[in-house]
Write a protein that binds this ligand. Structure first.
Ligand SMILES: NC(=O)c1ccc[n+]([C@@H]2O[C@H](COP(=O)([O-])OP(=O)(O)OC[C@H]3O[C@@H](n4cnc5c(N)ncnc54)[C@H](OP(=O)(O)O)[C@@H]3O)[C@@H](O)[C@H]2O)c1
Length: 326
């Protein structure tokens, strides 16, 4: 095994250029840790925001003046190459995937994580590239649709931003939950969304998906382009507006709608769920993959050495589904 590993340092907030390649010593896992040789890691929109230290209030968790963790990347997949003395759940040779959370350091060649963290065995049928993305779009959309909006069969769901990492997962999940699915996308992505199961695709460049005189039980704004206020007329009685992008307006709308009215605004930080919850929800997502009801949409794959390029591409806001580095 190598004595050093490659990673990407982020020691100040900023654009993709703040990412700097570094080499660090590979350390022996502690009693409850697992050492993983990483095969693939995700480059998500959220990774870009954390690198930039945006929104600013997120720096309360990430580090006030500079990123506390100092390394890039949250979601990874790979192979277990060493385990601590007390590790019971994993063995050397296991293929795994997981989320480093605020520890970061997933855009690297090795990572050490605790066995009790967000770490699972990777099914053979799921590629390393696909597995590296599951904690981003798939986990977040599944959590929002099932735990936050509680989508029921026969309900009508509008997904804003249907072609992103969260959106492409949300279209498939809403369909699997038995909902009638409308998704917004530009014309170039319409066919993709139909192939994922969308009953209707609205070209957001041609018309405002929230102003068509159609109402929904759930509006899932996956990229934070609307608000509860603009979505409210498109919500039915008892309707839920769910959005994974937190801002002060959404916070206020959650508090107010929590007290008054039948239409609700909701947010959650899916990544902050307890590992046991992660495991339960991931088991459900993997079951859908096994039934061919869900498959992560893969856009570009870059070598780890081209992480800056990968961040630049994600930053365009034009990616379709997921981007990984290998
Ligand atoms: N709360 C949580 O736990 C949590 C977890 C993970 C992620 N997030 C957040 O979720 C957000 C979504 O991330 P993502 O990775 O899914 O986004 P993304 O992949 O970067 O979204 C890109 C897609 O959005 C489409 N798009 C852009 N503008 C649009 C518009 N006005 N209407 C409809 N589609 C539009 C683009 O299609 P075109 O090129 O055709 O325009 C592109 O395909 C991020 O802000 C991330 O931080 C939150």
């Amino acid at each position: 095994m190598e004595t050093t590993f490659r990673a990407w340092d982020v020691s100040r907030y900023g654009g993709p250029d703040v990412l700097t390649p570094v080499s660090r010593p590979v350390q022996t896992p502690t009693a409850t840790q697992v050492l993983i040789r990483i095969r693939a890691s995700a480059v998500s929109r959220a990774d870009g925001l954390m690198r930039a230290g945006q929104p600013k209030f997120a720096r309360l968790f990430l580090g006030l003046r500079r990123p506390r963790a100092g390394l890039s990347g949250t979601c990874f997949s790979g192979d277990v190459v060493a385990i601590g003395d007390d590790v019971t759940e994993f063995r050397v040779g296991d293929a795994v995937f997981g989320e480093a959370g605020l520890q970061f350091g997933a855009n690297a060649t090795y990572i050490r994580v605790d066995q009790a963290g967000s770490l699972l065995k990777k099914p053979d049928s799921v590629s390393y590239e696909e597995a590296a993305t599951l904690f981003d779009g798939a986990m977040t959309s599944w959590h929002f649709l099932t735990r936050i909006a509680n989508v029921q069969p026969g309900e009508s769901v509008l997904i804003l931003g249907g072609s992103g990492s969260l959106g492409t997962a949300a279209v498939q999940f809403a369909k699997a939950l038995g909902a009638n699915v409308t998704a917004s996308a530009s014309a170039r992505n319409a066919e993709l969304l139909r192939s994922l199961g969308a009953d209707e695709v609205v070209d957001y460049k041609a018309e405002d998906p929230l102003k068509r005189g159609v109402t929904y039980d759930v509006v899932f704004d996956t990229i934070g382009i609307s608000s509860f206020g603009t979505a409210k007329p498109a919500l039915r009685r008892g309707g839920r507006f769910i959005c994974p992008v937190l801002g002060l307006r959404l916070l206020r709308d959650m508090i107010v709608t929590g007290l008054f009215g039948s239409k609700k605004a909701k947010f959650a930080a899916a990544g902050m769920s307890k590992p046991a919850v992660h495991r339960e929800e991931l088991a459900e997502v993997l079951a859908l993959m096994a039934e061919a009801k869900f498959s992560p949409v893969m856009d570009r794959t870059y070598p780890l050495a081209d992480l800056v390029e990968a961040h630049r591409y994600v930053e365009t806001g034009r990616k379709r589904g997921n981007v990984v580095v290998v």
